[in-house]
Ligand binder design. Sequence first.
Ligand SMILES: [Zn+2]
Length: 468
Amino acid sequence: MKNKRKILITLALCALIIIYGSYFIKNQKKLAIEQFRTSEKQLIKEIKQEASENPSHSLVESTQDDSDMFLMVPTDSQATMIKDVQEDMAKLADSLIKNKDKATPTKTVLSAKVKNTQQNVTFYEYEKKQYDWSKEKKKWEESTQPLKEKTLINQLTGNKLTLGDIFINQQNLSKLSRNIQEELLAAAKDSKKDIEKILALPQLLATQTDFTYGDSKITIPFHQKNAYINTYTINYEQVGRFLNPDFISSHYLKETPIETVVPQSKVVALTFDDGPSDKTTPAILAILKKKKTPATFFMLGQQVEKFPDLVKTIADDGHELANHSYSHPKLTDLSIEDARQQINRTQAAIFKASGVLPEYVRPPYGSFNYETAVAIGLPLINWSVDSLDWKTKDSKKIDTEIKTTIGADSIILMHDIHQETADALEKLITDLQKDGYRFVTISDLLQTTPKPLTVYYSSTNRQDIPNQ
Ligand SMILES: [Zn+2]
């Protein structure tokens, strides 16, 4: 009986302890939460207070997955947030939230600081101030960390500094892209093996904002997987005439030499498209050799791959080699990437066959727009005289067509894939020479350095291709 009572009392005591204990723990938890909430409110209040005391910034709050971010976005003289900096900060905030340890409550203040300014450019760098809630110490622990990201703002436009700002226009950048290809080929141990990877490097584009900008050079990263090179550095010293004086010290600037076209009497260029063909090109080459007449061949990459020896012969005979796409599509119907492939595959094929990297492109059907011209990145050569050989396939009519439409500085379009063209050629050259015409390659006809984003119809008729 006595024992039973003892057990009962003990049980009752235990129950009491458990009930009180759990109540106590619950209460403690509640207290801790309340303490956290109060301190959180206080911290946010302080952050906002500090932000309001900073007149050249606006505070943007972003709450995602319980991560509180406060962006101190710099403002311009009209107290408007600088849009491109705000965008970069939002991106930065997203990546910080993604990489954050979700178990600890945090508040993060992201701020942009003007690191320095340099000739119309403001450099912003970023700093992260993070508050982590320590459960043990029951307080916010603060840490500050500079971030590696930067934003460069063109003070004249208020937008991010672009390659187009520094190098004036896309024409200059396309020319620089080509120069880079030539430089890498010259330095390559086995250029024919490396040609595809060199051509595959992304083009320099006027809209590009991703680069490291210094006061004597600029470094451009190539982010592509397995890129031939990861970065390319352009020293201002070497590219003086491509630089914009608004951003680059006058010390580096060089004037563009003025090139003039001297009107030549009766100097014309024969051009042959769509080949080479093993059936007709050799006959055409034999006539050109006999008549000591240079010409320019706009070749299809797929034909070049079939007849590389013929391509080598064309080059050895002193003719000019040029690019007419890989498989003759209308480039304006293709995606930019596909259009570029058409050009690059052909550049690579011609280079492998002959060691020549063509300088010109004739787009199939003569059709182009600004986007394809950028993708091509080389001067476009169309024509002023169409022999219509592709249509008439009649050597007499070819002869008449050319003779009745020829001018003093014509570019003459023919195709080295038609027998009738080969048949017409010898008499045509003889007659035109008698008439005082002299035949030259495209390079000799144009006289001046041809420019990308320009289409040439004859030596005097050239048009810049505008971005519209
Ligand atoms: Zn064609």
